[in-house]
Ligand binder design. Sequence first.
Ligand SMILES: [Zn+2]
Length: 495
Amino acid sequence: MDALTLGTQRLVHLDLKGAPPKLCYFEKFFPLIKELGATGILIEWEDTFPYTRELLPIGGLSNSAQVSGAPYSIEEARQLLDMAADFELSVVPLVQIFGHMEYVLKHEQWRNLREVEAYPSSMCPSNSETMALVRSILKQIIAFHPGIQYIHIGADEVWYMGLCSTCSKRVNTGKYGKPGLYLDYVTAVAQYIKENYPNLKIIIWDDMLRSIDIHILQEYYLGTLVEPMIWQYNSAETFHLGAPVWEKYGNVFSNVWAASAFKGATTSSQILPVNKYHVSNHEAWLSELGLHAGKIMHFKGIALTGWSRYDHYATLCELLPSAIPSLSLCMKTWLNGGYNPELHNSVGKMLGYNDNTTNFGSPIKSPVLPQLSFPGWQIFVGMEWFVNLRTKYKSIIDSDQMHSWFNQWQVLNNYTNPMQVDTILPVIVDLLNELLSLETYLRGHLELIYYPHTIEELLGTLIDPIKEHLKQIKSDCETQLSLGCRVRGQRRLNI
Ligand SMILES: [Zn+2]
């Protein structure tokens, strides 16, 4: 794989709509990714950007963000960009303008711009106020990022399109139906950017273009307006783009980008990245480009995406510190033109694993915490601990003993055998104590890197439900032991 095929850009995606780190984390993260071989960052601020004036409710300066301790202030956002510049990382802001608009459309004042009244995901391209809003968003984002060469305007996964009465009329009467509706809007946004910021190049996600006929793309002169970023996050087994996509893009666009994934692309509630899967995704990309890069004029490079949520309302998936091993392996696989055990070992050493523990990325089995050396490794280890603990919890709750001697009917009817309860209680108490230790450990380390609203969400999602359940079982065990064994038929009416 030669340098030309690989392109010159290697952007690391920062999806700040979930678990946005504090600045002190970027101070360590930026030199790390620079060292790994990144050339820049693809920064998706979403609701963390300090929007002002008419857009103030959307971002980090809104009342709700302030109340919940969410980032970023203007000063913090500036410092973040300055820090990236200090490490000579180019910055490409990513701002959605069509689908994935929940961060805007959930607000009452922009509710009228929804394509489907009940759903806040897609904007109506036919509403005259939509373009005014998008211009305001773009103006503030572009003004905040002086000197940028690229802006990414998303435009992927517009799931609800052509459904309101105006849009459906346009789809039914327009020359190109839904593709025409999509392209009318995206090219209008791109033209606005070109007219007002002539030096700025525009990237869009490619998925909506895959099914659009080449002649329609050519008729819209899309290749003169935008550069597609082709995303494919699957492992080699299910990775599929294929020759027709490359042939089509090669005939429409001069410049093409790729997007892989190092986290946030396996399951929507994933806690630890599946390193093997993400490495395989990069290997598949290398092989795909080996086959098809010749069909396009310029391959610009790759964005290694790291999704923090599947969408604005989805739960958090892998945290950035937990994904440093995956990111390191993926970047090195990409630069090396493939993966091999030596590469794995050298990345392991770089991250602080000794020779005996280079099999990183699978939950730790030992209660002794390792000492690693990458930024935020304590959170990674804490999450490994959590995954192990949750597995233990599930196996206890779902055990034969619980189903046979401590099920809900038995507890409600005070019909339990103390001999069994005496063996269940210590197991539950041990697990609860371990969970409380983990909570203290995690909270302490999370507070160093994350803002209060992330910590509250994370612990409230992962730790609290298990904690409350274990406390309830413990209390039930104690009640049953105090009652002793009873004859059947004495419900807990008087307790
Ligand atoms: Zn509409």
